[in-house]
Write a protein that binds this ligand. Structure first.
Ligand code: C2E
Ligand code: MG
Ligand code: MG
Ligand code: MG
Length: 278
């Protein structure tokens, strides 16, 4: 009986796993089509300078708006699926191209803003990522300061010496490099000094309870202090409340991003916030 139960559970498990895999394959195929059908769009979320209140940069975030009767799926779901195939490479190049084009368009309108793009680990190990970035920037007449890149801690830890060397070169040219979701990966502050990075984006899970919880507050303070000792700018992610914002200001966190200030928005909407006023 117990054995049968165990087998049932096993069958249930494999069945749902098979279903999951099937769903994922379907989604992967749809994503492929979507790239060709122009169903992707970038939205932009501003990052605010906490000392002046002005917009310092923005993060490009991918959105999938299927024209077929497919429910919209968030990048938190479809990026990991795309990452299992070469699709992520195509998506990554599309994002890079789109971001460069947008910065150029804004430049022509008198808007000067840096756009940060999220980069997947697969893209970095694929030879030629940085050459493509250089080429893309050049084609749109952009400076290294115009496009920043965001990489997670895990990507940096797994990066080989060649990738780190390339990152160092980009950094020396003036490219802003952010460690994304900092604190949820290896959380190893000691690694930081080996990475050629400029910004630490503290994951929003840290900030969530920091104003009330002594424990989270202590972690947050430790990260900010070490970051500052290493001459890194700190960016608070996912600021949703006034308390969290004040808390960040009290810790001398330089930049903040979150629903409290602005949600990710279409390029046109961001223009309204950025248009030079005469
Ligand atoms: P991420 O890079 O850490 O981006 C921040 C995420 O937090 C975004 O979710 C953003 O919409 C969300 N967010 C911003 N402010 C708040 C807030 O105050 N509260 C809460 N709860 N959330 C906030 P999104 O756009 O769904 O993206 C999820 C993840 O998907 C990103 O996390 C990133 O890892 C990945 N992603 C998005 N676009 C791209 C892309 O173009 N390329 C790659 N490789 N990954 C991307
Ligand atoms: Mg990011
Ligand atoms: Mg993040
Ligand atoms: Mg994230």
């Amino acid at each position: 009986d117990a054995k049968a139960k165990g087998r049932n559970r096993y069958e249930f498990f494999t069945q749902s796993l098979a279903l999951q895999l099937q769903e994922q394959r379907k989604l992967a195929a749809q994503l492929h089509e979507s790239l060709n059908n122009h169903e992707f769009e970038l939205v932009y979320q501003p990052q605010f300078d906490l000392s002046s209140g002005s917009i310092a940069a923005c993060e490009a975030l991918l959105r999938w708006r299927p024209t077929q009767e497919v429910a919209s799926v968030s990048p938190g779901v479809f990026i990991p699926i795309a990452e299992r195939t070469d699709l992520i490479l195509h998506i990554g190049r599309w994002v890079m191209e789109q971001a460069c084009q947008q910065v150029k368009t804004w430049r022509e309108q008198g808007i000067n803003i840096r756009v940060d793009i999220n980069v997947s680990g697969r893209e970095l190990v694929e030879s030629g990522y940085f050459a493509s970035l250089d080429e893309c920037r050049a084609r749109y007449g952009l400076k290294p300061q115009d496009i920043g890149i965001e990489l997670t801690e895990n990507i940096l830890i797994k990066a080989g010496s060649e990738v780190l060397e390339e990152l160092k070169k980009q950094r020396e040219k003036g490219v802003e490099i952010s460690v994304d979701d900092f604190g949820v990966g290896y959380s190893s502050l000691s690694y930081l000094k080996h990475f050629p990075v400029s910004h630490l984006k503290i994951d929003r899970t840290f900030l969530k309870d920091a104003p009330e919880s002594a424990y989270d507050g202590a972690l947050m303070e430790a990260i900010v202090n070490v970051g500052h000792k290493l001459d890194l700018f700190i960016v608070a992610e996912g600021v949703e409340t006034e308390e969290q914002s004040l808390y960040c200001q009290a810790l001398n966190v330089e930049y903040a991003q979150g629903f409290l200030y602005a949600k990710p928005m279409a390029a046109r909407e961001l223009e309204n916030l950025l248009m030079p006023t005469e």
